[in-house]
Write a protein that binds this ligand. Structure first.
Ligand code: SF4
Ligand code: SF4
Length: 403
């Protein structure tokens, strides 16, 4: 290794800290062992509807697929935990409490490191990768010594826990390399596996994305959330932190995030019904350029409706009734489901009325199912009170069923 490279290595590490990165590690460009795990994971269908992963699976084999002749992979981690305490109410994953999208934040903060490499090696080729390219970032995180794979599939650092996001710089120059993390420090702990409300871990260290709340509420943007998983989603309207919240390695994670990730108070005290009262323009103004824009307005309102249903927020009923006329079928269907949880007579009558007008097949199914649930509830209440069925309710339900 030339003294030039080792001096660059030292300067890169110093600059990374100045740029707000909590950790930096460097590994040679290789085919990570995780590539074969990825193929196995895809073959088992655990990627759910992320067909793009299957389509470009071979590109994950080697960083050369993104930058030909890559020799080194520099991994950078930014802690996003600012110490804010989670409030009661609809919940958002911690990484999205700030105002900025982490892809942009990490790219901007990594750029000076690329400039430094080019000062030392003017012809050097470099590429910054944050999450969207086919690179097994967590594998390279392990190879650079940043951490190990927890049973919750997160990369965990003994220094900063797992509340961090990763960026990579691929470059065709050689640098001094760090030792890979070869050990696991989970021991006999199974807290994350036990705490997952949707049983998304078929085995330790393997995630079935189709059952994970993060996937269901963020990545699955255009489909209804499967009925069987809605109750388990609980309060999570965007992502889920449970398997990190319970991890003992996060107990002492530092609270030294960069300003872009500092929590906005309104992200931790979400007024769910108010989101339904926003016009699409207001929605855009509030969330454009933030992580919460990823599922889109329809995806986010679908999630919020499910949370309101799970929490049985009866004072949200006017907004949910309004949502039955939303232009997006995804929102109308979720609102119908949530109203069934409230169980009020006005909701029941509105659902019946909407069924007469609704044209979307999937929403019609949601409406019918909600009407059936409420009808059964009303009949059982009526029987308890009068010892008899409620004739008017049965008649109007029959009318809706026939529509
Ligand atoms: S993020 Fe939530 S749903 Fe997904 S695996 Fe972790 S605990 Fe389970
Ligand atoms: S909760 Fe326990 S088992 Fe899960 S990742 Fe953390 S240490 Fe490992």
């Amino acid at each position: 290794m030339s003294s030039l490279s080792s001096s660059l290595d030292h300067q890169l590490r110093t600059l990374a800290v100045e740029q707000g990165f909590s950790q930096i590690g460097i590994a040679p460009a290789v085919t990570p062992t995780g590539f074969h795990r990825l193929l196995d994971w895809l073959s088992k269908g655990y990627a759910a509807d992320m067909q793009w992963m299957e389509r470009r699976s071979d590109a994950y084999r080697h960083p050369d697929s993104m930058l030909p002749t890559t020799r080194s992979v520099i991994m950078l981690a930014i802690n996003y935990h600012d110490g804010s305490v989670r409030q009661d109410g609809p919940k958002i994953a911690r990484y999205a409490w700030g105002n900025a999208d982490y892809h942009d934040v990490l790219k901007e903060r990594a750029k000076p490191l690329v400039s430094l490499i080019k000062q030392h090696h003017p012809g050097a080729k470099c590429r910054i990768v944050v999450d969207t390219a086919p690179l097994l970032e967590r594998d390279f995180g392990r190879l650079t010594g940043l951490g190990w794979f927890g049973k919750n599939t997160m990369l965990i650092s003994r220094k900063i826990g797992s509340w961090f996001v990763l960026a990579a710089i691929l470059t065709d120059i050689e640098l001094p390399y760090d030792a890979a993390e070869e050990s696991s420090y989970c021991g006999t702990c199974t807290r994350c596996l036990d705490a997952c409300p949707t049983n998304a871990f078929p085995e330790p260290g393997v995630l079935d994305a189709g059952r994970c709340i993060s996937y269901l509420t963020i990545e699955q943007r255009t489909e209804p959330i499967p009925e069987t998983l809605r109750a388990a989603i609980g309060d999570w309207m965007f992502g889920c932190d449970i398997c990190q919240d319970v991890c003992p390695w996060n107990r002492f994670s530092p609270h030294d995030t960069v300003e872009e990730f500092e929590a906005l108070p309104q992200r931790n005290t979400i007024d769910g019904p108010a989101l339904f009262r926003m016009s699409p323009d207001e929605f855009e103004q509030e969330f454009a350029g933030t992580p919460l824009s990823r599922p889109g307005r329809a995806g986010l309102l679908r999630n919020v409706a499910i949370v309101l249903g799970n929490r049985q927020v009866t004072n949200a009923e006017p907004e949910l009734i309004m949502a039955l006329s939303d232009p997006e079928a995804l929102v109308r269907g979720a609102a119908a489901w949530a109203l069934a949880k409230m169980g009020s007579t006005p909701a029941f009558l509105t659902l019946q009325q909407r069924l007469l007008d609704e044209t979307d097949d999937a929403v019609r199914m949601e409406l019918r199912s909600a009407i059936a649930i409420l009808s059964a509830k009303q009949q059982s209440n009526s029987s308890a009170t009068h010892g008899d069925g409620n004739r008017a309710t049965s008649d109007s339900n029959q009318k809706a069923e026939n529509s």
